[in-house]
Write a protein that binds this ligand. Sequence first.
Ligand SMILES: NC(=O)c1ccc[n+]([C@@H]2O[C@H](COP(=O)([O-])OP(=O)(O)OC[C@H]3O[C@@H](n4cnc5c(N)ncnc54)[C@H](OP(=O)(O)O)[C@@H]3O)[C@@H](O)[C@H]2O)c1
Length: 250
Amino acid sequence: MRIIITGASSGLGEALALHYATSHNQLVLIARREDRLNSVADKCRSKGAEVETITADVNDFERMGEIGIGLCEKPIDRIILNAGVSVGHGGGVTPFEDFYRVFQTNFLSLHALLEPIIPKLIEQKSGEIVFISSLASLLTMPTSIAYSSSKRAVNAYAEGLHYQLKPYEITVMTIMPGFIDSEMTRKNRFKMPFLMNTESGIERITDAIERKKIRYAFPFRFALMIHIVSLFPQPLRDKIVNFINFKKGA
Ligand SMILES: NC(=O)c1ccc[n+]([C@@H]2O[C@H](COP(=O)([O-])OP(=O)(O)OC[C@H]3O[C@@H](n4cnc5c(N)ncnc54)[C@H](OP(=O)(O)O)[C@@H]3O)[C@@H](O)[C@H]2O)c1
């Protein structure tokens, strides 16, 4: 399989690359930190995979478009849109430049890369697009408005693509993980409920991809709690969010 992974230099992207690193797969790994990317690529090669690295900033939309065109020179079996950033502002107002950067990286960059790839997948009449969203897309805390909004935009985009591309046998998946140990979550200063280690997080993500789950939110108990809260009347939701926020020390 030819598998493209963005944000492959650390965390979930690195672990996904290592998971798919077998002699049957050709990997294309994209991220900014060249040294980290090369080290992941070397580990993948030592497991038998053929690996190409592309050092790029996903916020350079013009470059993403060019990379997308280049990637279409060969068949694409799976593309995992994983690159992402989070910012938290402890309940203060998010500076516009942070808000913009989060939307650029987590949302707008997806279409910059996919715009040339989607027609290629349609022509192939096959392929998988996997979005790494977040459980944060389902409940917006006052401390992570930009991050949650960007991931909710991802869900909306992925939902539309799913309906658009299903007739062409293209599978569009939205994965919504809870907290998983990574560079991103190691920066958090609050207790993260249901925190998973990277291995078990990756096991669930890759299993969901194999099962072609269109929407997959996990861990189950955390996802269920969020779904149930969303059914509550607003005054009760206010109380719950205030309580969680208080526990986070925000
Ligand atoms: N860990 C969690 O609990 C969790 C939960 C839900 C969803 N997620 C999502 O999972 C994805 C991966 O996050 P992670 O936890 O693995 O965090 P991470 O270790 O910080 O990894 C983020 C990856 O994104 C890349 N990236 C960030 N900005 C980029 C840019 N402008 N251009 C190119 N690449 C960029 C980074 O590479 P460079 O810095 O080298 O560019 C890195 O490889 C994110 O979309 C995150 O929102 C994570």
